[in-house]
Design a protein around this ligand. Structure first.
Ligand SMILES: *Cc1c(COP(=O)(O)O)cnc(C)c1O
Length: 496
């Protein structure tokens, strides 16, 4: 039996895994999902003896089954190597009575490295095995972290080029510097006068524009996406849930077969969706805590069954979660609608036209795996300070949102299942907010002075990703209006 991927909107045909990775987004505007989800063909007790690469292989081979063993192992070996600053790739840390899965040991010190360091290899391998002799143009909208992680992944990879759009003023200074100092010859970065949702809608519109596709085709390019809508992003994210489970067993915190909860800082719903897939494939997961910041559209949705993006967009200290349209939620909607593409399409049309939709009671019942909570800015700061005071461990604001959500869950439920907090960014990436949360207002204004001060506080090494940009030159300066995004793509093409 081989895996078939099809669109959540039902009009995209049937594709192999490698073709779905090449396409990124389906022609009908939908997202690719597996027609039937495979089950893990291993037992929970086996997992604890595997290292990260072996776990990656054992998980990914089930979902990307048209890659040969050799191809897949090669992609894995190229991705998960010294680019990570620890051989464990994703260390599990116990601090006080909490567990943190650190997903920020890659090149750009945020969890998106886990998937974006392997996507370029999956993609170039996919082109080769399908006999496609075209260059791939990656178009990416970023709320801060995807951008640099994608740039780092694709930088100077032959046969690829990448253009990144980020909301000007909507990302941290360190995030912006990481992107605009990118030196890869096949890279372009644009600030957009708008928010992340504008960037994402702009990129989606370019993808779906037939005349853009034609123009690109003339120049030997095909579009693809490095956004978390690409199944080449989603599949590698399932890996670390299995890996975390194995570490919890190995470190003696749970027995193989026991349930485990995860608290996931959520924005575009990719990370937590991967956990949900892991559960459906057979990993003993209990509750998935969906943690939001003040942009709490998912919290409201989980409570009411109504998704409504008609609300103010709030800039917070966890900018990678400042999102009102969680793209990957469409996959969940499709599944809980009973894999009914027509039903899903109608809801997505309603979202497009009115900014809201309401699911049926029957669908709502299928959301029982999820618990929603959100944290205000004050609660985030308090959480960072509290955990530091208690344990000396410093967490970033995104991780703090998840830690706070875990507190809410503890208070509201009688569930005593161990919970792993998914730690999605290094505190150094958001040094200003983290430092102020712990120390109160500071006279330090320079971000790098704050980095040094944070180093004193946390007694952890300053990651290379931060020290490298200290004195790097700015390469990308252009800021564009939303409506000029297609034009920027076309003008960039000839030099890429
Ligand atoms: C992207 C990101 C998130 C949100 O993940 P989604 O898959 O979009 O839900 C959370 N934290 C950090 C640090 C991120 O970069």
């Amino acid at each position: 039996m081989s895996m078939i991927y099809q669109s959540t909107r039902g009009k995209g045909g049937e594709l192999s895994a490698s073709m779905a990775i090449i396409r990124g987004l389906s022609d009908d505007g939908g997202l690719f999902v597996p027609k039937t989800l495979p089950s893990f063909d291993f037992k929970p007790e086996e997992v604890s003896s595997w290292d990260y690469r072996e776990t990656a292989f054992r998980v990914m081979r089930l979902l990307l089954d048209d890659y040969s063993e050799e191809e897949l192992r090669q992609c894995i070996d190229r991705a998960y190597d010294e680019k990570f600053d620890t051989p464990e790739m994703a260390p599990l840390q116990k601090k006080g009575d909490r567990f943190f899965l650190e997903l920020f040991h890659g090149k750009t010190i945020a969890f998106k490295d886990m998937a974006l360091s392997i996507l370029p290899h999956l993609l170039t391998t996919a082109l080769k095995k399908n006999g496609i002799d075209r260059k791939i143009l990656i178009l990416t909208a970023t709320s801060g972290d995807t951008g640099k992680a994608a740039l780092a992944g694709f930088s100077d990879v032959p046969g690829t080029a990448i253009i990144v759009f980020y909301p000007k003023g909507g990302v941290s200074r360190i995030q912006e510097l990481q992107m605009v100092t990118e030196k890869g010859k096949n890279t372009r970065v644009f600030g957009v006068r708008g928010n992340f949702d504008d960037c994402q809608s702009g990129v989606k519109a370019i993808f779906n524009d037939a005349s853009m596709q034609e123009e690109l085709s003339k120049q030997g390019f095909s579009f693809s996406s490095a956004n978390s809508i690409n199944i080449g992003r989603l599949v590698p994210q399932i890996v670390y849930y299995v890996y975390a489970y194995g570490r919890m067993v190995k470190q003696g915190h749970i027995k193989a077969g026991d349930k485990l909860n995860f608290s996931v800082p959520t924005g575009n719903f990719g990370n937590i969706l991967a956990a949900w897939y892991a559960k459906r494939m057979g990993l003993p997961i209990g509750t998935l805590i969906c943690a939001s910041n003040q942009n709490n559209v998912l919290y409201d949705f989980l409570r009411s069954g109504i998704y409504d993006k008609n609300r103010p967009f709030i800039l917070t200290s966890s900018p990678s979660m400042d999102i009102l349209i969680s793209s990957n939620l469409e996959r969940l909607i499709y599944h809980i609608a009973g894999e009914d593409a027509a039903k899903n399409s109608a809801l997505m049309a309603s979202l497009r036209e009115t900014g809201r939709y309401e699911i049926t009671k029957e669908m709502e019942e299928k959301l029982a795996d999820f618990y929603g909570a959100f944290a205000t800015e004050e609660q985030v700061a308090e959480e960072i300070r509290g955990i530091y005071k208690e344990t000396g461990y410093v967490i970033d604001p995104h991780t703090a949102v998840a830690a706070f959500a875990q507190d809410c869950y503890r208070k509201e439920s009688s569930d005593t299942t161990p919970t792993v907090i998914v730690s999605t960014a290094s505190p150094y990436k958001f040094a200003g907010s983290v430092y102020r949360a712990i120390q109160g207002e500071t006279s330090l204004t320079d971000d790098f002075e704050i980095v040094d001060a944070l180093h004193e506080l946390s007694k952890t090494d300053i990651p290379a990703a931060v020290s490298e940009i200290r004195n790097a030159g700015i390469v990308h300066q252009t800021v564009t209006d939303i409506q000029d995004m297609p034009k920027q793509v076309l003008t960039s093409l000839s030099a890429l």
